[in-house]
Each structure stands twice: as C-alpha cells, then as structure tokens.
Design a protein around this ligand. Structure first.
Ligand code: SF4
Ligand code: SF4
Length: 326
C-alpha cells in the first residue's frame, strides 16, 4: 500500500482535472490494481474541516505514514513571507508544505505552478508565489536548493499546464512499485522518460518546419514556428508521442505549443503582443531558436529562404503550402 497525500496551493485545479482523465491506468485502477491509497485529495476526499487538519497533524507527527506528498499549485508566501494569503486546515498552507515535505518519502510537484511558480509567479507576483524547489529556472524555490525527501531524492517535477495524465500516473506507479530508482531526472528534476524529446518529435508539421513553410493558427499545413509563436522545437515534452486523450496534441490541431513544460512558462511574462506571436528581430528573424541551433547559421539560412520566397512571389512562383482549412 502506497499512501499519497495531494494538496493544492495557488492552483486552478487543472492538474487535478487532467489526473482524473487518466486512462492507462485510470485513477480507479491506481487504487484497485497498483495499491495506491489516496489519504486526501481536495476534490476527491470526503473529509472536511477538523477531519482534514487532524489527518495532516497525524501525518506530520508520524502517526500516519505518507509515502508520497503531491503538491499542485504555487507555494504562496505573501504577504511578507507569512503565507496567510493561502490558509488551509487552520494554518498557512506553506507551513503544511514544509512540515509534510520533511516527513514524506517522496515529494512530487505536479504542474508548472508547483514546479516553478508558473503563472502566479509572473511579475509583479502579488501573492509572492514560488515553486517547491525552483523559482522559474532558478533552483531554490520554497524548500531550498538542498532539499531532499526521506528517500534521498529532491522534489520530482512533473511540469505542464496542465501535466499530461500519463506523466503523473506513471511516476506514481514507478514509486508504488519500487521502480523509481530506474527513473532518471534532468537538471530541472523532470523525469527524462517524458522530458527529453522535444514537442516537435512526432509533430505532423515537422517537414514544414525544416522547409520553412509558414502555417497559421488553426490552419492545416505549414509550421507554426514562424508567425504564431510555436515553442515545440524548444520545449521538452512527449505531447506528440503520447497523445492527449490518445487522440491529438496542440500542434496536430495547428495550435502553437506554448512551451508549458519549461520553467520560462508563460514565456515573455505575458508581455502584451507576445502571446501566439513569434517574437522577432528585424521583423523576420525569430528571437527564440531551437537549442543547438547556431544563431548565425540559422539566420543566414532563414534570410536565404525569405529571399527565395520573395523572388518566387515577385515572379508568380509562390509555392506556399495550400490553405486546406476552408
Ligand atoms: S508546428 Fe511547432 S512543433 Fe510542429 S514543426 Fe512547427 S514548430 Fe515544430
Ligand atoms: S504542446 Fe506544448 S503547450 Fe501544449 S501541453 Fe505540450 S508542452 Fe504544453
């Protein structure tokens, strides 16, 4: 039996909704087939009021064993470090987070906000939100850079806005079945199984990316990198390999990837004009490039492609991908 406690801080419950949509295994199968016992979950539990604070107190004092502490949402530290903007079960949530993290065998941050602060931590960050062990891309966060749970592991980050249900359930199963030591984590403490390949791997527009054929929002054909800000080439996640609802992904429906599994999300801090728009130098050279691209080489190539395209347009030889969306 693996006891899980799930709490929420500065959260929209998106990860909870995603978790409840899990299919392989389902949440019910986690309980019936994988020996997972959910001690408390804010959307699933029957306990209310004192029953919740008593349970949390029992866990902190060691009367109830908790194997995995799952946290969803940002850690709210405001005002002035008191955390009282987010009280829960008669205390500031941040006090519970600290105490529960110290007694947990494993601590798992679910979603961007718990991993690195996410949208609540965008400046001016009025709630003084942060992630469990990162603040944006900087290690530290609420628990500090040296934190390790009783198992000896740091916080396991499963980012995403929301995280894919398989990323959550499969890591929970790995812990429950004693296989977590087989799971490697990267510099941002994300399981490499899910966060090594880029979203572009498996994207149906990948050929258009390499041929620099522009697509458009919701328009079939062409690549979304050049105009509408797709971050698929810079974002590590399996969205085009482990499809959402076993059906599709953002880029397969020609919606740009927003880069939600990277600590910079929401990128450009939601600056006006930066959403669904490729930020550019000189009006045509993308500011953000895939890792490993030589900026100079890319720009030269992109410049040449633009030149060829301009010549083709001038002489009526435009081979732009046909718009099949109408
Ligand atoms: S749409 Fe996005 S993920 Fe797909 S090929 Fe273009 S840049 Fe890459
Ligand atoms: S496609 Fe991009 S924005 Fe969408 S869930 Fe995957 S990583 Fe996040």
């Amino acid at each position: 039996m693996t006891n899980i406690l799930w709490l929420q801080g500065g959260a929209c419950s998106g990860n909870t909704i995603s978790f409840m949509c899990a299919e392989e295994p389902t949440v019910v199968e986690l309980v019936t087939d994988f020996g997972i016992n959910i001690l408390y979950h804010p959307s699933l539990a029957l306990e209310i009021g004192r029953q919740v604070s008593n349970l949390l107190e029992d866990i902190v004092r060691g009367r109830v064993h908790m194997d995995i502490f799952v946290f969803e949402g940002s850690v709210i530290q405001g005002p002035n470090g008191s955390g009282t903007m987010n009280n829960f079960a008669e205390r500031p949530m941040l006090d519970w987070v600290r105490d529960l993290s110290n007694v947990a065998d494993y601590v798992v941050a679910i979603g961007d906000c718990a991993s690195w602060g996410g949208i609540p931590a965008v400046p001016p960050n009025p709630t003084d939100s942060t992630g469990l062990q990162f603040h944006k891309g900087k290690k530290g966060g609420f628990l500090g850079p040296d934190f390790k749970s009783k198992s000896g592991l740091p916080v396991i980050n499963i980012p995403g806005c929301p995280a894919h249900p398989d990323w959550m359930t499969q890591i929970l199963v790995a812990i429950a079945t004693g296989r977590i030591k087989d799971v490697l984590i990267d510099d941002l403490q994300r399981p490499t199984t899910f966060f090594t390949d880029f979203v572009q791997t498996g994207c149906t527009n990948a050929t258009s990316f390499s041929q620099k054929i522009e697509g458009g929002f919701g328009k079939r054909g062409g690549c979304l990198f050049y105009e509408v800000g797709c971050r698929g080439p810079m974002t590590r996640a399996t969205c085009n390999r482990i499809l959402w609802n076993r059906q599709s992904s953002k880029t397969r429906t020609n919606h740009p990837c927003l880069g939600c599994t990277e600590p910079g999300f929401p990128h450009h801090d939601l600056e006006k004009g930066s959403i669904f728009k490729t930020m550019k130098y000189l009006g045509f050279l993308p500011k953000n490039l895939p890792p490993g691209s030589s900026r100079l080489g890319y720009y030269a190539q992109a410049g040449a492609a633009k030149l060829v395209s301009a010549v083709e347009k001038t002489f009526g030889m435009d081979h732009k991908h046909p718009d099949t969306s109408k």
